[in-house]
Every structure is written in C-alpha cells, then in structure tokens.
Design a protein around this ligand. Structure first.
Ligand code: DC
Length: 226
C-alpha cells in the first residue's frame, strides 16, 4: 500500500492501546511513530526529581517553566531521553502515571511539548498518538482517529502489560488511575481530550490488533485511493 505523505493523528483515552496500534500502523506504512505522552511523562519525571511537584500535586509552575529552558528532551535509540539518559522504562511506572495528568494541565508544559511535537511533524509521514494531536497539535492532520474502549477492559490490558514487565499491578488501582486520568484529561482547561469533529472513532473493546489493522487499511485505501 503506497500511502501519501500524511500525518496520522491518534487520540483517545488512557490505555486504549493507542501506542501499540500507532506503532503497527507506522511499521506497516513505513512511517515514523511518535509518542507524545512520553514527553509529558518525561517532564513529570523531571519535575518529580527536581522538586517541582509535591505529594499533594502542587506544582511550582514558575520554577518548572524556568528549568524547562535547559531541558534536553528527545527521542533516541530505545525511546525517550533526557540528555544522554534513557528514561523509557522509568516513565512507564505507576508513580509517573499518578502525577502526569496534573503536570499535563500546566499551559507552560503543554506549549513546551507542543513545540517539540510540531518540529517532529515537519517531516510528515508520521503517526503520533496522544490526547490533543488531532485537535491542537496537528489540526490539519489528514487522518484523525479517536480511540476508545470499555474502562475495565482497558484496566485489564494495562495491568497485564505492567505484569509482563515485572511491575506490580493491582487491577483496582490501575482502573482507578486510568479513570482519574480520563477525568483530568477530559476536563482540563487547556487542550482537553475531545474528539476532533473530523476524527473517526475506533472502539477496540472487542477487536484484535488484526481487526484494527484491517479497519484502518480500509479507511486509508478509501480516503487516499491507495
Ligand atoms: O498516552 P500516555 O498515557 O502515555 O499519556 C500520559 C499522560 O500525558 C496522559 O495522562 C495525559 C497526557 N497527555 C496529554 O495531555 N496530551 C497528549 N497529547 C499526550 C498525553
């Protein structure tokens, strides 16, 4: 399938399988996959390690904004980096998941991340997943997909994924965390998680990854005639 130089924006709720789907789509069409959530997670790690967020999720916004001026955040071999330190594994912990949504509500953090994401998008032929890619980061993306799935199914998938990585995962805790994140992500003032008017909904509660690929290939071939 010869897909033109488009941007594929994939948004949706936490743990709907956006990144697994986005990676396979990117691989299938020889596009670059970019994980926008990883940058929010990385800023969260940075804020936690440097004391810009406390136990009650109070954020020192001016301090964090100033410190981000020198924050070298990028993607490299094996995932996300701060400088030459690979932080890919650390940013997937429940400790980060518990703090990332408050950090992602900070407008200064959002503009820092948006700027980086738009730079990556200049090359096109990318698949980017997140919460506001089709609405804010790339409102002109040629294909926008909004992913959703039943919350309990999402929690079960996430817990299994964490256990496979040797992390502790209590199902009730995982479910609570993702419902909290859904709530914060959907109700924040800046760039809340909403479906773009021109996005196509993919509810994968009862779909395999093969079903999802067949679904997207069908849409791409219809829309772009390839
Ligand atoms: O996709 P993820 O679970 O790794 O995202 C982590 C958090 O980052 C998520 O709870 C909300 C935030 N996020 C966001 O606000 N906007 C994005 N484009 C991507 C992620």
């Amino acid at each position: 399938m010869q897909v033109p130089d488009i941007i594929i924006a994939i948004d949706g709720y936490s743990s709907t399988g956006k990144s697994s789907f986005a990676k396979i789509v990117a691989n299938e069409f020889s596009f670059t996959y970019l994980d926008s959530g990883a940058l929010y997670r990385a800023v969260t790690l940075f804020a936690m390690e440097n004391g810009f967020i406390d136990a009650d999720n109070t954020i020192d916004v001016p301090g964090l904004e100033k410190a981000m001026e020198d924050l070298d955040l990028h993607f490299g071999e094996g995932g996300t980096y701060i400088g030459d330190r690979c932080i890919e594994e650390e940013i997937r912990s429940l400790a980060i998941a518990g703090k990332v949504s408050p950090i992602a509500t900070v407008p200064q953090v959002r503009s820092f991340v948006d700027k980086k994401l738009r730079e990556f998008g200049k090359k096109r032929r990318i698949v980017m997943d997140g919460r506001d890619i089709g609405t804010t980061v790339f409102p002109d993306a040629e294909l926008k997909i909004f992913m959703t799935a039943d919350p309990m199914i999402r929690a079960q998938r996430r817990a299994a994924e964490m256990e496979a990585k040797g992390m502790k995962a209590e199902l009730s805790e995982v479910l609570k965390n993702l419902q909290e994140r859904d709530h914060i992500d959907s109700t924040r003032e800046v760039s809340p998680l909403t479906q773009a008017a021109d996005a196509i909904v993919l509810d994968n509660s009862h779909m395999t990854i093969e079903d999802q690929m067949a679904w997207v290939k069908n849409i791409i071939s219809e829309r772009f005639g390839c």
